[in-house]
Design a protein around this ligand. Structure first.
Ligand code: FE2
Length: 159
């Protein structure tokens, strides 16, 4: 860890950096899956899904940046390379042969829900570690994930 005048205890910072890097990997993975879906989705709902997937990718940008910059503010290294993300992500690999609209929505809903579950746990873990700011960043991300899961699941639920 880099030296910092930040007054949080070193063990708090170490714990939080690890938690945030794990969730950062999930979100960068999810953003790439959304872009893949944006480019390759097919079917009668193409334009709605194509546009929704891009909006969802963008909806995570500020949250991802907040997480990464919290890591560096705490003296850590934000792990943003494809190789680091590929190793650290907890999400199931994206099925690159998928293109049918609703199947793509289902695959994205599963990964969004998995990322949201891990973020909810991370909120409690960072709060317990003593970093209310990291918990706050994760809480904002949690709201975004839940909202996007609602958007995705609304395509799958019966009216
Ligand atoms: Fe595009």
């Amino acid at each position: 860890m880099h030296k910092t005048r930040n007054d949080l205890a070193a063990n708090t910072r170490k714990t939080v950096i690890e938690i945030l890097n794990a969730r950062l990997a999930d979100l960068l993975d999810l953003q790439l899956a959304l872009k893949h879906a944006h480019w390759n989705v097919k079917g009668p709902h193409f334009i709605a899904l194509h546009e929704m997937f891009d909006a969802m990718t963008d909806s995570y940008d500020a949250h991802v940046d907040d997480m990464a910059e919290r890591i560096t503010a705490l003296g850590g290294t934000a792990m943003g390379s494809v190789q680091a993300v590929g190793t650290a992500t907890s999400l199931e690999p994206w099925p690159t042969d998928l293109s049918d609209g609703l199947k793509v929505v289902e695959a994205l809903a599963a990964r969004t829900a998995a990322a949201a579950k891990a973020v909810r746990k991370a909120i409690d873990e960072t709060a317990e570690a003593g970093d209310a700011d990291a918990a706050d960043i994760l809480t904002a991300l949690s709201r975004q994930l839940d909202k996007n899961l609602w958007f995705l699941e609304s395509h799958l639920q019966k009216g």
